[in-house]
Ligand binder design. Structure first.
Ligand code: HEM
Length: 142
């Protein structure tokens, strides 16, 4: 098996890992938003964030291996550049989530002031949109 095939396998498995982690994290967050749970377990949050972060790291690592042999062609493709923009937004958003998620471990959702709720929704929206957009753009391209 060559390096390209292995990297493509890692790329695809990591997408499923990320989707699984995101759905699980959203399900956990839903319990907090609906006050079924007053606060969320710190370790669970760290673990879920770690799964999605690892999947993103593996996607970037395997993506670079896939990208390198065709870099001249890919860098001239607007869709590929758009995909990279979404990946950069996902990395920035992941750093933001790392800071924001502690609110769910420390405060009940209903007691959070509005100003602290808004960034949570922006971050959730950016995450959902960028993951879907990255996958859709990649599937259109390749
Ligand atoms: C959130 C991150 C990413 C997601 C969700 C993602 C998703 C995908 C998907 C769905 C495919 C199509 C697989 C197929 O049908 O064959 C693909 C292929 C590809 N991706 Fe990514 N990708 C991500 C990050 C990256 C990065 C950072 C790079 C480059 C630096 C990259 C480079 C590539 C290349 C070159 C291919 C074509 C592989 C081939 O068919 O030979 N990806 N990606």
């Amino acid at each position: 098996m060559d390096i390209h095939t292995i990297a493509l396998g890692v790329h695809i498995v990591s997408i499923f890992l990320a989707i699984g982690g995101i759905l699980w994290a959203d399900h956990t967050a839903y319990h907090w938003f609906t006050s079924k749970k007053e606060v969320l377990d710190h370790r669970t949050l760290r673990w879920l964030h770690g799964i999605v972060g690892t999947a993103l790291g593996l996607l970037i690592g395997s993506g670079i291996i896939l990208f390198w042999p065709a870099h001249n062609y890919l860098l001239s493709q607007p869709l590929f550049l758009l995909k990279m923009l979404f990946v950069v937004l996902l990395v920035i958003n992941s750093i933001a989530i790392d800071r924001l998620m502690h609110r769910a471990a420390n405060f009940p959702y209903r007691l959070l002031p509005r100003a602290q709720k808004i960034p949570l929704f922006i971050s959730g929206g950016v995450s959902a949109f960028c993951w879907v957009a990255t996958i859709v753009v990649a599937l259109i391209m390749f």
